[in-house]
Ligand binder design. Structure first.
Ligand SMILES: [Zn+2]
Length: 246
């Protein structure tokens, strides 16, 4: 058996038992293991990790741990000056897009309400979620830590909260989404971006009072539903403000 020392920083400690949090601790391992395996054996999904230093040098996930190594593990977005060090992530995501596991349907709805591309289907299997995440560069949101241990998942996040509204606030804060939000631009059912449509084009599908009162309409290209800023709009605006932490 070989022995290395590990220390996890900031919110990575959420995954550790109390005695291992915010402290350096020893761990034993067999030769030939990667640093990814070692980190995940402690219960921390590799998708939560953005920087690994071994004896002060940046390494990637495939690094083979040696006897006596001192390993420091930092989360995504840890505000620490790591400028000279390389990050393990190949490149940053350009547009923040998500795919959610089968238990996070209401969170998917809230993210769509805020205008974010949030793929979700109640019948997605684990392999499909992993594939969609890696092939489309989507952040996999899940409460299943096992799902985040697949090597193919480069971008993933373990949602901590259980209440859907709190989950939405957590994801907004974690990925700094507030400024990028575009509320009411996406179909809550299909995830497609809504298109502006003329009143004439949808006139015969509108209830009489709506015909008289509203001038601006949007339509989902997938399901054809038509949207306007109707009576429940103010309530939804308040919900959006809550979700964005305003
Ligand atoms: Zn739709």
């Amino acid at each position: 058996m070989n022995r290395a020392e590990l220390r996890f920083y900031a919110e990575l400690n959420d995954f550790l038992p109390p005695e291992k949090r915010y402290t350096r601790f020893g761990c034993e391992f067999w030769v030939g293991g990667s640093v990814k395996d070692l980190i995940e054996a402690e219960g921390v999904p590799h998708t939560e990790v953005d920087l690994i230093l071994v004896n002060g040098e940046s390494v990637d996930f495939s690094f083979q741990v040696r006897d006596g190594d001192r390993i420091s593990v930092y989360p995504v977005f840890e505000s620490l000056d790591i400028t000279p060090a390389l990050k393990v992530r190949p490149r940053p995501l350009r547009e923040t897009r998500f795919v959610l596991d089968v238990h996070l349907g209401r969170l998917a709805g809230y993210l769509r309400m805020l205008g974010f591309d949030a793929l979700y289907r109640p019948d997605y299997r684990d392999a499909e979620l992993v594939c969609l995440s890696s092939s489309e560069g989507r952040i996999l949101l899940t409460r299943d830590l096992g799902l985040l241990k697949y090597g193919a998942v480069h971008y993933g996040y373990a949602v901590r909260q259980t209440n859907p509204r709190r989950q939405a606030r957590e994801v907004v804060a974690r990925f700094d989404l507030a400024r990028a939000a575009a509320p009411f631009t996406r179909c809550l059912r299909c995830n497609d971006r809504l298109e502006a449509v003329s009143k004439e084009a949808v006139l015969e599908r509108l209830p009489g009072t709506t015909r008289d009162r509203y001038e601006e309409f949007r339509r989902c290209p997938a399901c054809g539903r038509v949207f306007w800023a109707g009576g429940h709009y103010r309530r939804m605006q308040r919900l959006v403000e809550e979700l964005l932490g305003a």
